[in-house]
Design a protein around this ligand. Sequence first.
Ligand code: PA5
Length: 480
Amino acid sequence: MPEKKPKAPVKEDADEFLTLDYNNLTSEAVGSKGLGPEELAEMKGLVGAAHKDVEARYRKGGLPFMDLPRDPDTAKSARKLAEMGRKRFENVVVLGIGGSALGAAAVFNALRPLNHNELPSAKRGWPRLIVCDNVDPEGFAAVLEGLDLKSTFFNVISKSGATAETMSQFMIVFDQLQRTLGRSAIKDHLLVTTDPEGGVLRKIAHDGEFNSLPVPPGVGGRYSVFSAVGIAPLAMVGVNITDLLAGAARAQEDARKPPSGNKAYVFAGLNYMMATAKKRNILVMMPYADALSRTGEWFGQLWNESLGKSQKLDGSPNPSCQTAVKALGVTDQHSQLQMYMEGSDEKTVCFLGVDAYRHQVNIPAIFKDHEELAYLGGHSLGELISCERQGVSRALADSGRPNMTLTLPKVSAATVGYLLQTLEVAAVVSGSLYGIDPLDQPGVELGKRFTYGLMGRQGFAEFKDRFQKGLVAKKKYIVK
Ligand code: PA5
């Protein structure tokens, strides 16, 4: 029977998923540091042109990530894996880095209970998810030591199949599985997610007849969360992928509508104007929810790898861009906020708020005789965190510091799907506004070449020589 397409919850208004409030980015709220009527009108023209450009690129097949939420094959394979894995495994371990790890990490953080991995098996109902995205020997050893390989499933994810970090992890795990469970058992404990045709990882999967899923051609890591890269491990740990994909599909539908009132385009346009017309080159993404903390990290990669380009598509220098950094409310109100309020004035803050939290925790009405505490009693932590977010947003505006707020009515599979797809489209729209390619990342290559040279990879000896020559000259500036 053919798999049903994910249903889009089309009946709901777009603001049932996400609202964007940019009052505090306007000159009415923050004076000359904000966007005035002429700049907002200019922005309207620019996003109109970007819309034509993005639509043309999409129609030519240049933006395949936009079709991922409606791809029934991914959901079908993921559900099959989830059914198999739920009965058999206690742990699903993702071996991947950057775009091959952050999407699953962000959605897992948002949609499974925050203590999912610590819950006993019966209460959890689904395997734990462990995302290994570093090669710190202490961290990786600690993860491996805590695993019973018999009840652990590994998903190695690398589009290129050549990423040194992921492939090193894979080699270590493969060897351990082979020595502990035997060569023939590896098949039951391994899923390979990589390019459908090319690369050494695809060859290994093919030769070893291992389970494998494709990273769709033309979809880069940071745009791949709704492909098998994110959807397969997320389904295996109990995330509602049907609603997640439906929310993303709805966002994609909305993102194709005319650009004014279209959140992806307005978000991109506002940030472009803040970076270019107002020279504010830092964007602080500040979720006010522990569940969205890793979404802040995912966004950091999306924005920075997509927009940090020295050259425009026509070869001319790209003079401005916007570095995304992450802060967490309310925690970072007590560590970063002083700088945002009164310090170097080059930031735009984007709060990421939630209207209704999934748990209600009341503050008991005790210590009534202590006026410093009495006002808290009878309220809830949800009220406190929301009042803090709104209070800080207003305080920044009153100090002439531009900010805006994205709000999810609640954190759910549909709203998170909507948010992530909207931001992915916004990154591509931003690429069009800056005139750069948001899908490549040429700047990370040189560092990789030096690493290859230092690790002795064939064909990269010149980078080892170049590195060592540099060391001699630099000795005098090292303090020991
Ligand atoms: O967004 C990207 O393209 C990168 O972050 C990649 O995902 C990351 O470098 C890992 O690459 P690969 O999936 O080829 O191992």
